[in-house]
Design a protein around this ligand. Sequence first.
Ligand SMILES: NC(=O)c1ccc[n+]([C@@H]2O[C@H](COP(=O)([O-])OP(=O)(O)OC[C@H]3O[C@@H](n4cnc5c(N)ncnc54)[C@H](OP(=O)(O)O)[C@@H]3O)[C@@H](O)[C@H]2O)c1
Length: 264
Amino acid sequence: MNELVKGKKVLITGASSGIGQYIAIHTAMQGGVPILVARSTDKLRIIAEKIEESFSIECPWYTADLSMDAEWKDVIDQICYDHGSIDALVNNAGMAVFDLVEQAKWKDIERMVAVNVTSLFRSTHQLLPHFLQKGEGHIVNIASQAGKMATPKSSVYAATKHAVLGFTNALRMEVEQKGVFVTSVNLGPVQTNFFEQADPAGTYQKAVEQMMLDPNHVARTVVDHLFTKCREINMPAWMNAGSKLYALSPGTIEKVMKKQFEKK
Ligand SMILES: NC(=O)c1ccc[n+]([C@@H]2O[C@H](COP(=O)([O-])OP(=O)(O)OC[C@H]3O[C@@H](n4cnc5c(N)ncnc54)[C@H](OP(=O)(O)O)[C@@H]3O)[C@@H](O)[C@H]2O)c1
């Protein structure tokens, strides 16, 4: 049991699958109350029941399509009404469709922006006043190493994660004297259902399968940092070292890494 997490209400988006599902489980394991959000009613129900049985706690869940701003706004209002004060917000929901810009479908571009960016701005904007009023809270934004280093076929996805990182970095500075922690989580490839939509042919997945992170390990690391002052969680470390080199000399890295960057 983690004393910092015990009894805390943690709102987790994208909790029906992958990293979000494991963040919910680890939150409960550490004595917190995970509040789950996603679209898939059946998956949410099963995960919530499993958590309730395993940890003898209540695990509320809400269905919302985060690409629909008005719907998401109403669900956040409902969650605040039902639970009073929320202690942490984990903006985890996200999706990608890997494509060349010239071949991308506009509806996929719109959905990536709506789910990965607008919905994260919405939940943060709506919950931040509560955190500031209490003088405490934690906002964790699941970004990506793609938010530091863009590669072909992920222009829109990388742009959404660059947006998340920019937003997170500015927000952290705005609230750091006000008791609210803000953390970005920048991940390389993680073994989840994410690729079913991002890379249906499985080409990229096959190319990177040896280096895939375990979502359970990622989630445990995130929950271990809840309610602590942590700027960024970067995984794996070697990929983050690559992102640092890229920031120093993007042109050179693009040349040297051309083959690796074209694995999508
Ligand atoms: N997997 C990776 O390699 C990787 C790497 C770096 C960063 N990330 C980031 O990690 C986060 C979690 O992804 P994951 O790998 O765990 O993928 P995942 O297994 O596909 O889970 C994505 C979650 O987001 C939810 N979601 C997607 N669209 C939604 C919508 N319109 N409304 C509400 N919820 C929605 C899904 O729930 P429903 O389908 O039930 O709605 C699901 O719970 C994402 O932000 C992703 O960008 C992933």
